[in-house]
Design a protein around this ligand. Sequence first.
Ligand SMILES: [Zn+2]
Length: 96
Amino acid sequence: MPDTTYEEAKRCPKCATPGRDTGTTTRVKGGGLLHNIVCVNPRCRWYNTSYVVQTNPDGTVPPPTLDREKSFRALPARSDESVDREMQNLLNQQLR
Ligand SMILES: [Zn+2]
C-alpha cells in the first residue's frame, strides 16, 4: 500500500498547508497525471506559486523519492564521464 495519499501530496513543499488544485492537469507517460497545485498560505514564500503533484492511473501518488530519481536521470544530456573529465580539466587549469 502506498503511504502517500493525494491529499497529503497536495501540501505545499514549503509550508505543508494543503494547496488549492487549479484543475489543470497534464497527462504523463503510463497514464499518470500531473496536477497543478497553488499554495494558499499568504505567509508562505510560495504563496500563489504553483507546484506539481503526480498521481498514478489508479489515483495513488508515487513516492517522492522515485520522482526525484526520474527527474535526476532525465537531466544530464552528456555522459557523466565526459562531464567529469571536463571538470577535471578546468580544475587543472585553475591550479596551474
Ligand atoms: Zn506554501
